[in-house]
Design a protein around this ligand. Structure first.
Ligand SMILES: *Cc1c(COP(=O)(O)O)cnc(C)c1O
Length: 395
């Protein structure tokens, strides 16, 4: 017997739930690629991406996922043999560094332990040792989706300035843009990267890159430029050049609708909604962990992200059995543990198009699964989430 009839609920950190209005925005015939409405659509998207990144810099839309946006960012500002420093806080910074290595860059990883955020003081210390300025770029993540950590990007920017180092600061916001504050120019970020399918509630397939003035200077002598990713080509006057070919028009209409919804809600409200729902998840996990079987992956409460929570299970417990139960019996899909966390953790996403019933429902299903599988857990996690929301979302 199962109780999974109806729409499956994706509680995975990407792709996330796509609002019906966004799905419907794609239901239209293709259009001529030089038509005025399509050109106006591109202009509006580029303008609003700049607003989301909070930058006066140039934005680029690629037909790509986050991995493509990573490659776009690296190849536009660096040359073969350049050294980059990847700040490890989970799987994704290391993977971005791996992409860099495969492009012919020299990659140094500033080691992290997967249970803490990047320490800005360690970044500063490493940069001070690099008096000759051999490090050309720093790769950092605002939220690492594997560990559930949020890094203090403003403080990392401050660390670069304190060390008086002029490496470019490149930041991945794939799992945070539109869900929490980000201020590219104010924080001294040179290149920012995002994707469509996480906080931005749009189908997978678009990658975004924003470039500040220092990045555009570096671009002029970058040796890794290739025809598809190249900013100079995309800066050209013709609309066709902006996508290095046919525009992904249906995804563009979807993104337009998603951004309209985000701006109608108000960015500050959307950030607050994410905070409130994330805290509801954390309240539940805090109760469940009383059994000493369940725990937060991220040790410091202040370093836990507002878009995804990575939950550890003690040896001998199988998080994939819990995921299987929640999916096959209850229709809720939880994220798996990535890399070394596979078989040790599950992840609850709370990013993008999420609301109270989705989060309370997900927590209720996880608690149902824990009980059905006989996993020891503190009683009353969902109740704690309810108390948090009812105390903080006032009539
Ligand atoms: C999902 C994710 C990526 C990779 O994005 P894809 O679209 O799967 O290529 C990169 N960085 C972060 C932080 C992510 O969450």
């Amino acid at each position: 017997m199962s109780v999974r009839a109806g729409r499956e609920f994706l509680a995975v950190p990407g792709p996330t739930t796509i609002p019906d209005e966004v799905l419907q925005a794609m239901q239209r015939p293709a259009m001529e690629i030089y038509s005025k409405p399509l050109i106006a659509l591109t202009d509006s998207l580029l303008r609003d991406l700049g607003r989301l990144f909070a930058t006066e810099g140039h934005c680029y839309i690629y037909i790509a996922n986050g991995h493509g946006a990573w490659e776009a960012a690296l190849s536009n500002v660096l040359s073969r043999g350049d050294k980059v420093l990847a700040l490890e806080s989970g799987k994704f910074a290391v993977d971005w560094g791996d992409t860099a290595a495969r492009l012919g860059l020299e990659v140094e990883v500033l080691k992290g332990d997967w249970r803490h955020a990047v320490h800005p003081a360690e970044v500063e210390r490493r940069l001070r040792q690099d008096g000759g300025g051999t490090i050309k770029a720093i790769l950092a993540l605002q939220i690492d989706t594997s560990t559930g950590v949020v890094n203090d990007i403003a403080a990392i920017g401050q660390a670069l300035r304190a060390a008086q180092h002029d490496a470019l600061l490149m930041v991945d916001t794939v799992a945070s843009l539109g869900c929490m504050p980000f201020a590219m120019d104010a924080w001294g970020i040179d290149v920012a990267v995002a994707g469509s399918q996480k906080g931005l509630m749009t189908p997978p397939g678009l990658g975004f890159v924003a470039a500040g003035s220092r990045a555009r200077d570096a671009h002029r002598k970058a040796g890794l430029r290739t025809p598809y990713w190249d900013w100079s080509v995309r800066d050209g006057d013709s609309h066709y050049q902006k996508y290095a070919g046919t525009p992904p028009m249906h995804l563009m209409f979807a993104l337009r609708q998603a951004l309209d919804m985000l701006f109608a809600e108000g960015l500050d409200n959307a950030f607050r909604r994410h905070q409130l729902l994330a805290e509801a998840v954390r309240r539940a996990v805090t109760v469940w962990k009383k059994s000493n079987v369940i725990d937060f992956n991220i040790i410091e409460a202040a370093e836990r992200s507002d878009t995804v929570t990575t939950v550890l299970m003690a040896d001998g417990c199988n998080p994939n059995a819990l995921r299987e139960y929640c999916d096959s019996k209850c229709g809720v899909v939880l994220g798996r543990g990535l890399g070394p966390l596979n078989g040790k953790a599950f992840r609850i996403a709370h990013m993008g198009h999420v609301n109270a019933p989705m989060i309370l429902g997900t927590l209720g299903v996880v608690e149902t699964g824990l009980r059905a599988l006989g996993v020891a857990h503190g009683q009353g996690g969902v109740q704690a989430a309810i108390e948090w929301l009812s105390d903080n979302v006032r009539p």
